[in-house]
Design a binder for this molecule. Structure first.
Ligand code: ZN
Length: 173
């Protein structure tokens, strides 16, 4: 009987046994880094993170985010490049405008959509961000706008935090 050959994830292989000059192999600081898939929700926002770099501390047996700035980095990228959000104008009565053509959009037709993108932070391996939130297509230009209701952008921050907490990953050592 032939034994089965299990092909390891090419990324993990590169990560752990790859080129000698790789940053994380040489650096004491980045030893014992593993990757983890995390998911969390808040309000209408669900965030899934794939291949997030985790540092397992042998001394206290706790998993830490490999770099405490990864959280803020993810949140910033969601708002700046990951999702094209409709612009919000007005104080008492908020109106929503297409990110692309600036025409007003009716958000009553928004429904959950998933946006997915890849990020690389410093010299860590790339990881994937999937974010599900209400979105609506602009009737003027056909662009898909992410819709975060006025004052609800905190849900994005909370969802990222909940994702880390989902597997007990501590943010800072
Ligand atoms: Zn538009």
């Amino acid at each position: 009987m032939k034994s089965e050959i299990v092909n390891p994830d090419p990324l993990a292989l590169k990560f752990f046994t790859g080129a000698e000059d790789m940053f994380w192999k040489r650096s004491e600081q980045y030893q014992n880094i593993t990757v983890s898939d995390l998911s969390g929700s808040s309000g209408e926002v669900t965030i899934s993170l794939f291949n997030i770099p985790i540092h397992h501390s042998a001394s206290d047996q706790i998993d830490y985010l490999a770099d405490s700035n990864i959280g803020p980095f993810i949140i910033e990228e969601i708002f700046q490049t990951g999702v094209n959000f409709a612009a919000i104008k007005g104080f008492r009565h908020a109106s929503y405008y297409c990110f692309n053509c600036s025409k007003e959009i009716n958000i009553s037709g928004s429904r959950p959509e998933t946006f997915e993108f890849m990020l690389t932070y410093k010299k860590f391996p790339p990881f994937t961000v999937k974010i599900k939130l209400p979105a609506v297509i602009c009737l003027n230009c056909g662009s898909l706008n992410g819709v975060i209701m006025k004052g609800k952008d905190v849900d994005v921050v909370q969802a990222v935090e909940n994702a880390f907490r989902s597997k007990g990953v501590e943010i800072k050592k």
